[in-house]
Design a protein around this ligand. Structure first.
Ligand code: BDR
Ligand code: CA
Length: 319
């Protein structure tokens, strides 16, 4: 199984990703690191611990990291994920406790102790990942790669051009990209596609199984969505798609492309992706600096990830 550390801001779809990762036999979740993003750090930690109960998971270390981005104050995503971060879902309190060390410390220890290189999976603003790489640069020797949900080659969501996770802490994303660790971007190009049909989500909500019920509520959560063009985003598995990318990369069309993070102006937080056939040479600016090569997911076999997600959770019969 692939040893992974999840960095989350749980978060409706982070919850789906955690449930899916814990259920998949090809993934070994070593620990979960929490960061402020979709909700405050305290809420994120509490939501994460509670979702472990839903999964009936064995003890998994969970720790709190950064409560705000490197430079800016935290900005609420309550309009998308609700005040609690889990939309309309109310989860029972849990006896599980977060670790007493910071999640930067936890990640460092887990990476050092792992006999195999660890895959870091960023499903949130990348503040914790940047702090880890800056504070403990030696970790790069035992990191396989960083797979992150974030960015976009086209449309944004936090702004017209910037995706939320990168936008919330662009400096952190730039540090991660520049770290020398191979990076894989699972951005809005694919994130916005993988959706469970609404009748299937509705059937899950009605199920007697507590897991199916919670997954159904998370999928059919409409806090974010309103109507009109956004209605297309109903039923997204969201961050869980980045976990699918770990175990079924062949369902994705990807390319190694030059990538950079915009840090200023309206485009702050935008991921610029150079998709020219001969990238890297600008007619006006000559050879462009500050680009890093990253593997970028451009398209996805939606049906395959829908099945993978539901089958792994034992919910495939709902389809
Ligand atoms: C990302 O931001 C959050 O709203 C989601 O959990 C996802 O990680 C999408 O832009
Ligand atoms: Ca997230």
């Amino acid at each position: 199984a692939i040893p992974v550390i999840l960095d989350v801001d749980t978060g409706v779809d982070d919850a789906l990703a955690i449930l899916f990762a814990l259920a998949h036999p090809g993934i070994n979740v070593l620990g979960i690191s929490c960061v402020a993003g979709n909700a405050s750090l305290e809420r994120v930690v509490e939501n994460t611990l509670r979702i472990l109960d839903v999964a009936d998971a064995p003890p998994v270390p969970v720790a709190a990291g950064a409560s705000r981005p490197l430079l800016e104050p935290a900005r609420s995503a309550a309009h998308v994920h609700g005040e609690s971060g889990l939309g309309t879902l109310k989860l029972a309190a849990t006896d599980r406790q977060a670790e007493s060390i910071s999640s930067i410390e936890l990640m460092h220890r887990l990476i050092q102790a792992s006999p195999h290189p660890v895959t870091l999976v960023g499903l949130a603003p990348q503040t914790n990942l940047a702090l880890l790489l800056r504070q403990y640069p030696d970790v790069v020797d035992n990191i396989e790669r960083i797979v992150f949900m974030g960015g976009s080659t086209t449309v944004g969501n936090a702004t017209a051009v910037a995706e939320f996770n990168v936008w919330h802490d662009p400096e952190a994303a730039a540090i991660v990209l520049d770290s020398g660790v191979p990076t894989f971007m699972y951005g809005l190009d694919v994130f916005n596609q993988v959706a469970i049909p609404e009748p299937v989500a509705a059937a899950l909500v009605r199920s007697d199984s507590p897991l199916a019920h919670v997954v159904g509520l998370l999928l059919s959560n409409r806090v974010a969505l309103g109507s009109g063009r956004n209605a297309a985003y109903t039923g997204l598995i969201g961050d869980a798609g980045a976990i699918c990318a770990l175990v079924d990369p062949d369902a994705l069309t990807t390319a190694m492309l030059p990538l950079r993070i915009q840090l200023s102006g309206y485009g702050r937080g935008q991921t610029l992706v150079d998709q020219r056939i001969h990238p890297g040479e600008d007619i006006v600016h000559g050879l462009a600096g500050d680009w890093e090569a990253a593997e970028v997911a451009l398209d996805v076999d939606v049906d395959r990830y829908v099945h993978l997600f539901l089958d792994t959770l034992g919910l495939g019969s709902a389809l």
